[in-house]
Design a protein around this ligand. Structure first.
Ligand code: AMP
Ligand code: GLY
Length: 412
C-alpha cells in the first residue's frame, strides 16, 4: 500500500509516526514534508492540486490523507475523486465550513448548533453602523482563510471599527475580508474535538487542549498552537453530553440536510462557558498540534479506521488511558517575523519523548529550521505531570538560535 500525506507540519509527522510500523504500507510520500517525513518516506516538492493528482496517478497511490485546509478548500478531494483516487477529506463544498466563516455561521444558525450570537456583513457601512450599537469586547472575524490571523478580539468600538476597515476596505487579508462576522465575546476555556466522518456518522476523539497564545499563562498573540494536552481534564463528562446533544448531533443533521456529507476529519473548536459548550468554528481537517496528542493515545490502526470510514462503515475508536503532552519549540519572533536556517543541535540528547519535526528540514547531515513552529516533543505518562517532565527534560538540550517555547504546557 502506498500512502500520500499532504502537508508539512508536526501534524503530518505525527501521522507518519503512527503509520510507519504498519506492515501493509510499502511507501509513504509527503507533499512537501519535513525532516521527520524525509526519513520515514519520500518528500515530494509539489503543491499544485493538479500536480499532486498526476503524481498520485503515476505512483499508484492507494490512499491520500490531506492535512492543511488550503488544498481542501481548493478542491483536492474533488479532483482526486474524479480520477478514481482514494482520499480522506471533504470536498470543496463541505470544506467551505472552514473556508468561509460567514457560511459556517449561517449553517450553525440554521441548524440550531449552539454558537456565539453573530451577524454576517458584506457591506462596510452596515457593519460600521452596527458596531456603534454594541457592547464590548466584541469579536470581529474575516470570513475567509487568513492564516489564523483573521480573528480580532476588540476591546472597544474604536478597535472594532479599525478592524473592519482593515479587513473590508484595506483588505489586509485580501478577499478573506470581503465578508466579516461580528460575534459576541464568550468567556471560558477552549477545547478541540476532532471527529472521523464515515459519510453519515461522526466519531469523536478525546477532547484536546490547545495552548493558542504565544506566552506563558495564555498571554500575547494567538498562534497556530504552542502545545497541546489530552484528554483535556477541564472538559468533563457533562460537557461531552452538552457537546453531543447541542453541537455534534445538529451538525450531523445539518450536513445531511445540506448534502454536505463527507469522509474525512471535522474539528470542532469549542468555547466552554458557564452555560456550557459553544461552537466557535469548524475546521475540516485534523488540528495541529492536537493531532500529535491524539496519535500518541489512539490505539486503533489508523489505516483501518480511515479505510472503514471511506467504505462507509462504523468505527469504534479506542484511546489508552494515559495522558499526552505535546510541546512546540518555535523560531524567535513567531508568530510574527521569523528568521530561519539555523542548525538544530542536541537532538540526540532527547531520550524521553518523541521528536516530531515541523518547520525543519534535512540539509546534508544537519537539521535546520525552516518555519515558525520548528519541532514538537510528545510524551505520554500516567499523569500530566509525568508527561510534562519528559518533554521539558528533552527541550533543555535541544538548541537553535533564538528558539523558544512555553513553560506551562500540560499545566491546567
Ligand atoms: P476561530 O478561528 O473562529 O476559532 O477564532 C480563533 C480564536 O479566537 C479562538 O480559538 C478563540 O481563542 C478566539 N475566539 C474566537 N471567537 C471567539 C468568541 N466568540 N469569544 C471569545 N474568543 C473567541
Ligand atoms: N490548533 C488549531 C488548528 O489546527 O487550527
Amino acid at each position: 500500500m502506498k500512502i500520500l500525506i499532504v502537508g508539512d507540519g508536526g501534524r503530518e509527522s505525527a501521522l507518519a509516526m503512527k503509520l510507519k510500523d504498519d506492515p501493509r504500507i510499502t511507501k509513504m510520500y509527503f507533499a512537501n514534508g519535513n525532516a521527520t517525513t524525509d526519513v520515514l518516506g519520500k518528500n515530494i516538492y509539489q503543491t499544485e492540486i493538479i500536480q499532486l493528482r498526476d503524481y498520485a496517478i503515476k505512483e499508484q497511490i492507494d490512499l491520500t490523507i490531506v492535512g492543511p485546509e488550503a488544498p481542501l478548500v481548493g478542491g483536492i478531494v474533488d479532483e482526486f475523486n474524479n480520477h478514481g483516487l482514494r482520499v480522506f477529506g471533504p470536498k470543496a463544498r463541505a470544506a467551505r465550513l472552514e473556508g468561509s466563516k460567514a457560511f459556517s455561521k449561517k449553517f450553525m444558525q440554521t441548524y440550531d448548533i449552539k454558537t456565539a450570537k453573530a451577524v454576517v456583513f458584506d457591506s462596510y457601512p452596515e457593519a460600521s453602523e452596527y458596531l456603534k450599537t454594541q457592547d464590548y469586547p466584541l469579536v470581529v472575524k474575516a470570513s475567509g482563510l487568513a492564516g489564523g490571523k483573521g480573528v480580532v478580539i476588540c476591546e472597544d468600538h474604536e478597535e472594532a471599527e479599525a478592524t473592519i476597515y482593515d479587513f473590508m476596505i484595506r483588505r489586509i487579508y485580501g478577499d478573506a475580508g470581503i465578508q466579516v462576522v461580528v460575534e459576541e465575546y464568550l468567556q471560558g476555556f477552549e477545547a478541540s474535538i476532532i471527529a472521523f466522518s464515515n459519510g453519515e456518522k461522526l466519531f469523536p476523539c478525546i477532547p484536546v487542549k490547545d495552548y493558542k497564545k504565544v506566552g506563558n499563562g495564555d498571554r500575547g498573540a494567538n498562534t497556530g498552537g504552542m502545545g497541546s494536552a489530552a484528554p483535556s481534564p477541564q472538559f468533563r463528562a457533562d460537557h461531552m453530553d452538552d457537546f453531543q446533544k447541542n453541537i455534534l448531533e445538529p451538525t450531523i443533521r445539518g450536513l445531511k440536510a445540506e448534502n454536505l456529507q463527507f469522509k474525512g476529519f471535522i474539528f470542532f473548536g469549542l468555547m466552554v462557558t458557564k452555560k456550557g459548550c459553544y461552537l466557535l468554528e469548524y475546521n475540516m481537517r485534523l488540528g495541529d498540534p492536537e493531532t500529535q496528542c491524539i496519535m500518541a493515545l489512539l490505539e486503533n490502526n489508523l489505516v483501518d479506521v480511515i479505510s472503514n470510514c471511506l467504505d462507509g462503515k462504523d468505527i469504534d475508536l479506542k484511546f489508552n488511558d494515559e495522558k499526552a503532552v505535546c510541546l512546540v519549540m518555535c523560531s524567535g519572533g513567531y508568530p510574527r517575523t521569523i528568521e530561519t536556517g539555523f542548525e538544530i543541535k542536541g537532538l540526540d540528547k532527547a531520550k524521553n519523548s518523541q521528536i516530531l519535526f515541523a518547520g525543519a528540514a534535512l540539509r546534508g547531515d544537519k537539521i535546520v529550521t525552516t518555519g515558525g513552529r520548528v519541532l514538537n516533543l510528545v510524551a505520554t505518562g500516567a499523569t500530566f505531570d509525568e508527561a510534562r517532565k519528559k518533554v521539558y527534560a528533552d527541550a533543555l538540550p535541544i538548541q537553535f538560535d533564538y528558539g523558544f517555547y512555553r513553560e506551562d504546557i500540560g499545566k491546567f
